[in-house]
Design a protein around this ligand. Structure first.
Ligand code: DQA
Length: 176
């Protein structure tokens, strides 16, 4: 199952970034974040990516600078980003600037509904440079983000690369 991109036989490549403390999921404030571990979330993302025919690279860091460097690296060969910046959502101009610089379609994900929580979580530095924000659906939010991003990227291809048939993600184009 392969999606073509720009007429070149090339899979969509999406970078998934998890921010600080998300490595503790499963053992962390379960009433807010649930029982799923990060490995479980990554496993379900990888499963969906096979179904959709997209390539995922998934990384987690507790360090702001490392996240900034990975966002910068996404310029080389990625088509979109899914990011849960965790606490850096509310503090990091550096991650926002990196996302603005690479200018790739980005979906911001939060497990919890940040607008129902403490006031300091109501502001996101990321949402202003994101294509979309999904929050409050728990781990399912990552899957929604991946589906939504694939739809958007297929739409972009149809609009900006005329003459190239727009097979929706997940369509088997091996026969062409
Ligand atoms: C979070 C929400 C943030 O406010 C918090 O700092 C996190 C996780 C979420 O996924 O709900 O670490 O991004």
């Amino acid at each position: 199952m392969v999606c073509t991109w720009g007429g070149v036989r090339d899979m969509l490549r999406i970078l998934v970034l998890h921010g600080p403390n998300l490595n503790l999921l499963g053992n962390r404030e379960e009433s807010i974040y649930g029982a799923a571990t990060l490995a479980m979330i990554d496993g379900s993302l990888n499963k969906l990516s096979l179904e959709l025919g997209v390539e995922l690279v998934i990384r987690q860091s507790n360090l702001e600078g490392e996240l900034v460097s990975w966002v910068q690296e996404a310029r080389n060969g990625y088509h979109g980003i899914i990011i849960n910046p965790a606490a850096y959502t509310h503090t990091s101009v550096a991650i926002r600037d990196a996302l603005a610089a690479v200018n790739l379609p980005t979906v911001e994900v939060h497990l919890s509904n940040i607008y129902r929580r403490e006031e300091f979580r109501h502001h996101s530095y990321i949402s202003g440079v994101a294509l979309a924000q999904i929050c409050g659906f728990g781990p399912c939010g990552y899957l929604l983000a991946l589906r939504g991003l694939c739809e958007q990227l297929a739409g972009y291809r149809a609009k900006h690369i005329p003459g190239i048939p727009s097979a929706p993600p997940g369509t088997d184009t091996d026969a062409h």
